[in-house]
Design a protein around this ligand. Sequence first.
Ligand code: FES
Length: 160
Amino acid sequence: MAEADGTERSRRGFLGFLGAVGLGWLAAALYPILRYLSPQAPPDPFGEDGRALVEQIAAVEVSRPGMGRNGKYGNRGLILFRNQSGTLRAFDSKCTHAGCNVAFEGERIYCHCHGGTYDLDGQNIAGPPPRPLTELGVVEEDGLLYVFRLTGGTGSEVGS
Ligand code: FES
């Protein structure tokens, strides 16, 4: 009788151990899947000082009116150019229609996905984009270009 109780207890203990191992394994397997599926806010491209270094565009490449090109800041795309008045302008390159990267084309900003067209103020002037591009502030410091978030800007918010 005592031996039967001991066997029963050890069998229950073993089954409990198996159940705990199974639950642990299930949690370890499900955690990365649930984390992948859950929406997460994109990382903020701006540093603690509120600005982000412009990558892939050297200051000399936008040194004269009309010069401009596509580049990056943080993990996002941007367009940076010097307008005919000599002012540096920058826009997040995410099209406000479906999120493709727009391209600087000298006289206009163009989205090759569906033909969306913006003027050099970032205003949507043709095609399906519903809103202007998001403008960024630009500053040149020690030969490097930085962009920063403009308050009260147009278009969609950067980082959202
Ligand atoms: S994503 Fe740019 S026009 Fe559609």
